[in-house]
Ligand binder design. Structure first.
Ligand code: NCD
Length: 325
C-alpha cells in the first residue's frame, strides 16, 4: 500500500563513493552513514550554547520546495543551509506556478537556470524526489525532506544521532517503534538507520490496521500490544496517526486509541527504567502520547529537533562538497 520504489545506489552516490543525492537510507554504506553522524555530532552543540556555524557552503544556493505541511524539517533545512553560509530560497509550492499547471520538472528546470545547487523536496507523491534526482544536471543535488509514506532519510539520521547521544551506542539496543507504522515514512527510515547501526532488536508495535504488510520491515519483531511491545526496551519511539495517508475507515476513534495505544507514565514502566522516549512530531497529545510523558524526564523529543539542524548541516555539506572547518 505504501508506494515503494528503489532509488538505486548508483543514483545516490558519486563515482568516488561520496553522497550526491539523499533519497533513502536503504542500502547506503554503513561507513557513509557513520561519517554523516560524526559530522552531525560535530555540529550538534548543547542547547544552551550558540549554534554551530561554518562558511563551508558560501557561494552555494539551496532551494527548499515543500508540497506538504512542515515545521521542523523545513525550518531546520533552511537554518542548516544558512548556518553553512549558503543562500537559501524557500518556494511556497502552494503559491508557485505548479498551481497553474507547471510540472515539477519544469519548476526545477527554471530554478536550475538560476544556478541552484541543491533542491530539498517534500511531496505526498513518494516518487517526486527520485524523479527530480534523475533529471537534474550533473552538479545539482536532491535531498528528500519526506517522500509520501516511503522515506524520510534525514529524520532517520537524526533519530540515530539522538539515540547515540543518550545511550552511547545503537548496537545492542532494543528499540520499539509504536503506532501508525503502516503509513509512516519516519518508521521506515528510522528502522533502516537503527538496523544499519546494529540494533539488537527492532520491534514494530501497532494495532492490526496500522501494521505494515508482512513483506515490509524484514527482520523486525511484530507486536500487537503496547505493553508487550515496549517491554524491556531501551528506546520507545511513538508515531502520529497519519490520517492524511489513510482511508477514513482505518482511523480509530482518538479516545479509544489513547485508551489502548497511548503511551502513559504507567505503561512506560514496562520499558527499561532508563528507556528514552522519542517522537518525530507533530505530536497529538492525548492520542498517541500523554503530555506528562512527552514533557517528562525520559523524553528526548526536544533533542531530536535540535539534532535535526545538525544532521541537515552534515548532509548538505557532504552532498554539496563543502569545505570542512
Ligand atoms: C514527520 C513527517 O512529516 O513525516 N514529521 C517530521 O518530519 N518530523 C512525522 C509526521 O508527520 O507524523
Amino acid at each position: 500500500m505504501v508506494e515503494t520504489q528503489h532509488s538505486s545506489l548508483a543514483t545516490q552516490l558519486r563515482a568516488d563513493g561520496s553522497l550526491r543525492h539523499l533519497l533513502t537510507l536503504d542500502g547506503l554504506p554503513q561507513p557513509l552513514l557513520s561519517r554523516l553522524l560524526e559530522r552531525a555530532q560535530h555540529f550538534s552543540t548543547p542547547a544552551s550554547a550558540p549554534a554551530a556555524r561554518s562558511t563551508g557552503l558560501a557561494g552555494k544556493t539551496v532551494a527548499v520546495m515543500f508540497a506538504e505541511p512542515s515545521t521542523r524539517t523545513r525550518v531546520s533545512f533552511e537554518l542548516a543551509a544558512h548556518r553553512l553560509g549558503a543562500d537559501v530560497v524557500n518556494i511556497e509550492v502552494q503559491l508557485s506556478s505548479r498551481l497553474k499547471g507547471e510540472s515539477i520538472l519544469d519548476t526545477v528546470a527554471t530554478l536550475e537556470s538560476m544556478q541552484v545547487d541543491a533542491f530539498v523536496l517534500r511531496d505526498a507523491d513518494a516518487s517526486v524526489p527520485d524523479l527530480v534526482a534523475r533529471h537534474v544536471g550533473d552538479r545539482v543535488s536532491v535531498l528528500s525532506g519526506g517522500a509520501g509514506g516511503y522515506s524520510h532519510p534525514t529524520q532517520g539520521l537524526l533519530d540515530a544521532l539522538t539515540v547515540r547521544q543518550h545511550k552511547g551506542r545503537i548496537e545492542g539496543l532494543r528499540i520499539a517503534i509504536v503506532g501508525d507504522i503502516r503509513h509512516s515514512r519516519v518508521a521506515r527510515s528510522a528502522w533502516q538507520a537503527f538496523a544499519a547501526f546494529g540494533a539488537r532488536e527492532i520491534r514494530i508495535v501497532a494495532p492490526a490496521a496500522l501494521m505494515p504488510d508482512a513483506k515490509e520491515f524484514a527482520g523486525c519483531l511484530r507486536h500487537g500490544s503496547l505493553e508487550s511491545g515496549i517491554a524491556d526496551c531501551d528506546v520507545v519511539m511513538m508515531l502520529r496517526i497519519q490520517k492524511e495517508r489513510m482511508s477514513a475507515a482505518a482511523i480509530p476513534d482518538e479516545a479509544a486509541y489513547f485508551a489502548e495505544w497511548g503511551l502513559t507514565q504507567q505503561r512506560l514502566r514496562s520499558a527499561r527504567g532508563d528507556a528514552i522516549v522519542m517522537h518525530p512530531q507533530p505530536m497529538n497529545r492525548g492520542v498517541e502520547i500523554a503530555s506528562d510523558v512527552a514533557d517528562g524526564p525520559q523524553s528526548v523529543i526536544r533533542d531530536q529537533v535540535r539534532n535535526g539542524v545538525a544532521v541537515r548541516m552534515a548532509v548538505l555539506e557532504e552532498t554539496l562538497g563543502g569545505v570542512h572547518s
